[in-house]
Design a protein around this ligand. Structure first.
Ligand code: 5AD
Ligand code: SF4
Length: 580
């Protein structure tokens, strides 16, 4: 393809600015006719790296593409449109992205109309789009985290002008509601409550790639969650880089505690949230978490470092003592609450003493799980400009030591669970072994157990029999047929044919003229049956009986019920087949 067109390029200084723009609604998605024509018979594939915010963006992009008429590709080779959705949080995430883009050169060579796009956080970094375009000439479109609502228009422009386009805007722009989306999981959903981040931790690129923090309106979040409950979702995770600061930009007293409580009241079986910055965690949130049994007793609470000196350099706004005090309050208010964390080792000039402080906190807290990272300098962040005297060897040694300390508490928690029974939301067959099911406990522990695949999406009781560091083995406690019966009954009640049957039955039962016709028929039948014994006129009684029968059968409500029953027959046959 000819010349590249750079419509806009990122500017990390601009990304720091707050731009207050109104919320807009994507009520009707206009699909450009050229895109609709191109989408016919073509398939798409999105490869996502990084955090849940990126996963949610994938769902939204899939929503746009399917609206346009694309279908999901069965495999990489056959995809006609590929989007690589990138992460910039650490350098190794970027390296994986390059490998991924490289893979699709084969699609470009085999298919003249193949479209390759790259988007996400990495594209928000300065000079990145130019670098990707120069290295991979078959990349046709590059866009950023704020351009999702323009996806179809960008594709249209590319098809019309036959040029490769780069459009990465630096400021967040409007919050767009009613975005289309194809959710990747039928039972577990992510719901954004905030976008971006205002914390500007000195090592982190996220506030530049995802922009300043913006909260979604409470009504929009509640409407999305309510629809998920009605669709039968079992779990909602409220998402934000820092969910705890939800509502701070409204200045009307709405807080994270408010939205958490209101979503919990909608009756979703499991409610989770991610991520919580310790600085913003207040007691009102703990009260709400402790009050609603459907809010899961699991908190992801990034520590980053246990050293006060490093925490200060990271700009984290809390000390080791503040963090440990918060953990104490969590454990007091939410007994049995599991804690997970993120920790960075080897921040510039982290001393051995600093590192020992991190280990000390890990031992004191006893985490249930942890994501551990070696510090990775991110261009444009304040920490990247700090002189770093720590050798790579020391960083790797500390990393290993940290992992082994963390694993001790993770294994100890897992061992304590053996012999006890937990509620597990079944994800389906395990990724590693199709013959076993896997799912997560309320405290987010992975459990494998034997059971039929129709348990997928149910919350079942499992007794833990064996523990490993990162997973548990267990046995199903209840009879799986109970869940099948529950599914079938829900299916029956949800089907239009059965709803018509129940309505027809009710009308039949409550109508006095039907009752009269039925009584008359029963009485005529009795008289006909006894007439021969009593020496009465049999033919007259038979005639009266046939007339009463015809009168009853011709009653419109009886006919209505019979029609509803015959409509229901195929459904009952399906149930019978399922039970076999
Ligand atoms: N280097 C290493 N880890 C980082 N994280 C964020 N930025 C960096 C970086 N520059 C980690 C933090 C954060 C998690 C999502 O990624 O621990 O909580
Ligand atoms: Fe990055 Fe800090 Fe914001 Fe988390 S809170 S996204 S680590 S800047």
């Amino acid at each position: 393809m000819g010349k590249k067109i750079y419509k806009s390029l990122p500017d990390m200084a601009k990304a720091r600015n707050r731009v207050d723009l109104p919320v807009v609604k994507a009520d009707e998605i206009a699909v450009p006719p050229r895109v609709a024509a191109f989408a016919q018979g073509r398939s798409y594939l999105i490869k996502t790296f990084g955090c849940q915010a990126n996963v949610r963006d994938e769902e939204i992009m899939a929503g746009y593409l399917e609206k346009a008429g694309f279908c999901k590709a069965n495999d990489e080779k056959s995809a006609d449109l590929v989007i690589v959705n990138t992460c910039a949080v650490r350098e190794n995430a970027e390296e994986k992205v390059y490998g991924e883009i490289g893979k699709f050169k084969a699609n470009h060579l085999a298919n003249r109309s193949f479209v390759m796009a790259v988007c996400g956080c990495m594209m928000q970094e300065e000079k990145m789009a130019e670098k990707v375009m120069a290295t991979y000439p078959y990349v046709n479109l590059i866009f950023g985290t704020h351009n999702l609502p323009q996806l179809l228009n960008l594709l249209d422009e590319h098809l019309a002008r036959k040029k490769d386009l780069v459009d990465v805007i630096s400021y967040p722009g409007d919050i767009v509601e009613n975005l289309p989306s194809i959710r990747l999981d039928p039972y577990k959903a992510f719901v954004n409550i905030t976008y971006g981040c205002d914390k500007f931790c000195t090592y982190c690129i996220v506030p530049y790639t995802r922009g300043r923090e913006r909260s979604r309106a409470k009504e929009e979040i509640l409407a999305e969650c309510k629809a998920l409950v009605e669709e039968g979702y079992q779990e909602i995770t409220l998402l934000g880089q820092n969910v705890n600061s939800y509502g701070k930009d409204f200045k009307d007293g709405t807080t994270f505690a408010t939205i958490l409580e209101e979503v919990a009241k909608l009756g979703i079986p499991r409610l989770r949230f991610m991520t919580s910055h310790p600085w913003d965690f207040d007691d009102a949130m703990l009260e709400v978490i402790g009050k609603y049994p459907n809010i899961m007793p699991f908190i992801h609470l990034p520590l980053q470092s246990g050293s006060d000196e490093i925490l200060k350099k990271m700009g984290r706004r809390y000390s080791q003592a503040d963090y440990l005090d918060l953990v104490r309050r969590i454990k007091e208010k939410i007994p049995g609450c599991a804690l997970s964390t993120d920790i960075i080792v080897g921040f510039p000039n982290e001393t051995e003493e600093d590192f020992q402080e991190t280990l000390k906190v890990c031992e004191a807290v006893g985490y249930d799980s942890a994501f551990t990272f070696i510090y990775s300098p991110r261009k444009g962040t304040p920490a990247a400009a700090m002189v770093d005297g720590v050798s790579s060897e020391d960083k790797h040694r500390r990393f290993k030591e940290l992992v082994s300390v963390i694993e001790k508490s993770v294994s100890a928690h897992a061992l304590e669970m053996v012999g006890h029974t937990y509620r597990v939301l079944v994800d389906g067959p395990s990724k590693k072994n199709e013959a076993v099911l896997s799912g997560y406990t309320e405290t987010n522990k992975l459990v494998h157990f034997q059971g039929p695949t129709y348990l997928k999406g149910h919350i079942v009781e499992v007794k833990i029999t064996e523990s490993h560091t990162y997973s548990l083995l267990g046995e199903l406690c209840d009879d799986p047929l109970l869940y099948l019966a529950k599914d079938l009954s829900a299916k029956l009640h949800g089907e239009e044919a059965s709803q018509r049957y129940f309505q027809a039955l009710e009308a039949y039962r409550n109508d006095p003229s039907v009752a009269q016709a039925r009584d008359a028929l029963e009485s005529a039948q009795r008289q006909f049956a006894t007439s021969s014994k009593n020496g009465e006129d049999v033919s007259a009684k038979k005639k009266a009986y046939l007339e009463a029968k015809q009168h009853y059968e011709n009653h419109p409500l009886v006919q209505n019920l019979q029609a509803a029953i015959s409509d229901l027959k195929p459904l009952l046959e399906q149930v019978e087949a399922a039970l076999k």
